[in-house]
Design a protein around this ligand. Structure first.
Ligand SMILES: Nc1ncnc2c1ncn2[C@@H]1O[C@H](COP(=O)(O)OP(=O)(O)OP(=O)(O)O)[C@@H](O)[C@H]1O
Ligand SMILES: O=C(CO)[C@H](O)[C@H](O)COP(=O)(O)O
Length: 407
């Protein structure tokens, strides 16, 4: 891959101060931006999207969308994904300590909360939730994701979750892989068309409730009533604007209560389904034993230690929102992660680079939530598939340059 030409950028009327958060962040679109090369000023633009030239002659940024409601495991998934590419993901150095961005050698993860057009007070005054499209700036989201995909840096706003305000922007340079995660990566058709691959984390309401209680009660001191009220208040907008995005996803990780324990209401043992769309370019679904067959498998016995209620896998072709899909399902949880190699050896199309890579990744992050069940396993597998997709796209670009963007 060609070496990036590095430019530094400076916005004419942008204060990079992070000590004085601006209450609102208006005028951003009209701001004049000057392009600088290391050697000096090279041009200027007052483009609507506030973009800054940054990379030339390089391949395009691969863009991945990850959609889910708040508290549904996006951050955990991102940590697994960036680990597949190696290197630690960290907030931009020397920037806003409340930045939502995570940067590693290969990936930049931006949180779409940064495109909230209304701050916390604004939403309260207008009586809208953050899930409502009216509280989000999709035009800016589209312009900036498009610019990054083309290899052009942007000054992205920051939504500060500590203060509930919109802070001054941060410079985002085009990475090799850009992940846009949050509530609405597939809501706007223009943004959706920029995605090279999309994932939806579909957490059933029972499980979401159990996870929220665990985090918000234990770690954030919220009461049971306030958690219930917050989930109820968000539900209509969640159903209207967030949930429908799953129909567009290339992969959905669906998390449901177990079927192995009759009438289970503890929510600890999970049934997890990896729904993989067929016919997606650069993505071949994982399969169990025999591609396209329908298979039920209880791997417990001599080679896998299973305590009650055991583990059950299911695999087969299906249809999802009218699309042909393959579904791999795991119900139950692992007793011993090192024995996962037994499961891994029966799965095909994993896009691993060596035998046992899935097991190695799972053992490496054994302390992450979901490492003993299908959530961790399927997140790891999707991470490996994304690495493979990236490698396929970049190798095909080396052979023949790709069209600028789909949009
Ligand atoms: N696979 C899992 N198994 C069990 N619990 C989980 C799992 N994934 C997430 N959780 C629980 O949900 C909480 C939220 O997870 P995480 O921070 O990854 O979600 P998020 O979508 O990034 O949340 P937010 O958008 O609110 O920052 C975790 O602290 C954990 O308690
Ligand atoms: O759904 C959310 C995504 O993270 C948040 O609730 C939304 O971003 C608003 O944030 P806050 O509650 O911190 O004002």
């Amino acid at each position: 891959m060609a070496v990036s030409t590095v430019y530094t950028a400076q916005s004419v009327n942008s204060t990079r101060s992070i000590s004085k958060p601006a209450k609102t962040y208006l005028g951003f679109h009209q701001k004049q931006v000057v392009f600088y090369r290391r050697t000096g000023k090279i041009g200027s633009s007052s483009s609507g999207s506030c973009v800054i030239a940054c990379r030339a002659g390089d391949s395009h940024t691969v863009v991945i969308g990850l959609a889910a409601d708040s508290g549904c495991g996006k951050s955990t998934f991102m940590r697994r994904l960036t680990s597949v590419f190696g290197g630690a993901a960290e907030p931009p150095k020397g920037g806003n300590p409340d930045s939502n961005t995570l940067i590693s050698d290969m990936t930049t993860v931006i949180c779409l909360d940064d495109y909230h057009s209304l701050d916390r007070t604004g939403r309260k005054e207008k009586g809208v939730t953050a899930l409502d499209p009216r509280a989000n700036d999709f035009d800016l989201m589209y312009e900036q994701v498009k610019a990054l995909k083309k290899g052009v840096a942007v000054d992205k706003p920051i939504y500060n979750h500590v203060t509930g305000l919109l802070d001054p922007p941060e410079l985002i340079k085009p990475p090799k892989i850009l992940v846009i995660e949050g509530l609405h990566p597939m809501y706007d058709e223009r943004v959706r068309d920029l995605l090279d691959f999309s994932i939806y984390l579909d957490i059933s309401s029972e499980v979401k409730f159990a996870w929220k209680i665990q985090r918000d009660m234990a770690e954030r001191g919220h009461s049971l009533e306030s958690i219930k009220a917050s989930i109820e208040a968000r539900k209509p907008d969640f159903d209207a604007y967030i949930d429908p995005q799953k129909q567009y996803a290339d992969a959905v990780i669906e998390v449901l209560p177990t079927q192995l324990i009759p009438d289970d209401n503890e929510g600890k043992v999970l049934r997890v389904r990896l729904i993989m769309k067929e016919g997606v370019e650069h993505f071949s679904p994982v399969y169990l034993f025999d591609e396209g067959s329908t298979i039920s498998w209880i791997p417990c016995g001599r080679k896998l230690t299973c305590s009650y209620p055991g583990i059950k896998f299911h695999y087969g072709p299906d249809s999802y929102f009218g699309n042909e899909v393959s579904i791999l399902e795991m119900d139950g949880q692992f007793d011993r992660l090192d024995e996962l190699i037994y499961i891994e050896s029966h799965l095909s199309n994993l896009s691993t680079k060596f035998y046992g890579e899935v097991t190695q990744q799972m053992l490496k992050h054994a302390d992450f939530p979901g490492s003993n069940n299908g959530t961790g396993l399927f997140q790891t597998i999707v991470g490996l598939k994304i690495r493979d997709l990236y490698e396929q796209i970049t190798s095909s670009e080396t052979a023949a340059p790709r069209e600028a963007t789909k949009a």
